[in-house]
Design a protein around this ligand. Structure first.
Ligand SMILES: Nc1nc2c(ncn2[C@@H]2O[C@H](COP(=O)(O)OP(=O)(O)OP(=O)(O)O)[C@@H](O)[C@H]2O)c(=O)[nH]1
Ligand SMILES: [Mg+2]
Length: 403
């Protein structure tokens, strides 16, 4: 699972990335601060199942606080994208190449309205324009790739009577386009069965639909903490009712995570509140990290954001991307009698699988041998046996029984 953060320069992509991963990356208020893509590990948050079993888990990847399990997902922060990028403007195509492997995009939009479309300072920028131009550039990017091969490809596919969707998926495999994506797009567009007769307009439509299907996008309306943030966030929602738009303050999340790391506050990512840590009384030498007056004031401001939007939005964006847009499910391998692995670690693993995955898919996900020798799955909660076609449900705990 790779989540790509995209958007015009200076919208807060690296801030979001740093808040989610706590990786050291450069953040600054001038365009093209990021040039080389940053890769890091962020997390989606789910209600851990350990509570139901009256125990505490020991994750081997990610972590768990107060029965809130944080499951790793890969994040990528790239250079800012400007209009014309698909034709090489700004950092152009090299940056688009970085995005090939993404499963989903988080489009970070700056709702302060103080940046023009190239990320330079301005006033009252129309934030809706950002959504339009970015989608447009991504669609053009797919279209250009398609056009490189199209003519010979379409004819060959017809002559050799290839399965068209399979051939397209193969052609776009570097962009993680799957055969099902192509099938869905073809069904939706209902174009002629002879692709070589498609018009230029139809090809554009095809490329755009393929992009949308294979790289769905969620919008993080970032900088809602600013003066015009709320107004512009509401404008986005009104203008694009069919898009998933989450209000966000990456800057606030970063401050909270850093303060929590420095043990100045208690904060669980995604919560809508935090608590100041009580400072130990004197006599214990230097107190580790005491909040300055400035920090206290900043935290007061953040409190207002948390209250108004029920959190900073960073965790919400990642969760919505994985569970609502991609509709993945989180599955725990667990034996019906024992939740621990051979080393005594309780519920060490939790895997994210695509919507519609079955018990057999899960077995293959764990190990090819498990898949090949699958007999049944057992639900650790109900102890009931499940067949290979069983559709996985979010937060299932399953044991795979093999020959
Ligand atoms: N008020 C406010 N400022 C923010 C927020 N997120 C980021 N910023 C500021 O916006 C500026 C740009 O942030 P970056 O994270 O470097 O932006 P970027 O999108 O990575 O920029 P490029 O790498 O140049 O494309 C910095 O000054 C940040 O502190 C936010 O939620 N609220
Ligand atoms: Mg950056």
């Amino acid at each position: 699972m790779l989540i790509g953060l995209v958007g015009k320069p200076s919208v807060g992509k690296s801030t979001f990335f740093k808040a989610a991963t706590l990786a050291e990356v450069e953040i600054a208020a001038y365009p093209f601060t990021t040039i080389k893509a940053n890769h890091g590990v962020g997390y989606v948050r789910i209600e851990c199942i350990d509570k139901e079993f009256n125990t505490n888990c020991n994750p081997s990847h990610g972590f768990c606080i107060n029965h809130q399990r944080f499951v790793p997902v890969e994040l990528m922060d790239v250079a800012g994208l400007v209009p014309g990028a698909s034709e090489g403007k700004g950092l152009g195509n090299q940056f688009l190449d970085d995005l090939r492997q993404a499963d989903i995009f988080v489009h970070i939009v700056d709702v302060s309205g103080t940046l023009d479309v190239e990320g330079k300072p301005t006033e009252n920028h129309d934030v809706c324009k950002d959504v339009e131009f970015l989608e447009d550039e991504l669609n053009k990017w797919f279209y250009n790739i398609l056009m490189k091969v199209w003519r010979s490809f379409a004819r060959k596919a017809e002559i050799e009577d290839m399965k068209f969707s399979e051939a397209v998926a193969h052609q776009f495999s570097g962009l993680k386009v799957k055969e099902d994506h192509v099938k869905d797009v073809l069904l939706k567009l209902n174009f002629s069965k002879k692709p070589s007769t498609w018009t230029a307009e139809q090809l554009k439509e095809f490329a755009a639909a393929l992009r949308k299907m294979s790289k769905p996008m969620i919008i993080a309306a970032n900088k809602v903490d600013t003066e015009n943030g709320k107004k512009n966030f509401e404008k986005l929602i009104k203008e694009f009712p069919y898009l998933m738009i989450v209000p966000c303050s990456a800057d606030s999340e970063l401050a909270l995570r850093e303060a929590a790391k420095a043990e100045l506050i208690d904060y669980i990512p995604g919560d809508s509140e935090f608590a100041l840590k009580s400072v130990p009384s004197s006599g214990e030498g230097k107190i580790k990290g005491e909040l300055s007056e400035k920090q206290k004031l900043a935290l007061e401001d953040i409190k207002k954001v948390l209250k108004e939007y029920d959190g900073t939005g960073v965790q919400e964006v990642l969760n919505m991307a994985v569970f609502n847009l991609l509709k993945y499910v989180a599955i725990f391998p667990a034996s019906a009698n024992k939740l621990a692995d051979s080393k005594g670690n309780i519920l060490p693993d939790c895997f994210l699988l695509p919507e519609g995955s079955t018990a057999l898919d899960f077995a293959f996900h764990l190990h090819t041998d498990f898949g090949n020798n699958f007999i049944k799955a057992i639900d650790a909660r109900s102890k009931k046996a499940l067949g290979k076609a069983y559709k996985l449900k979010h937060r299932d705990a399953l044991e795979i029984v093999t020959r």
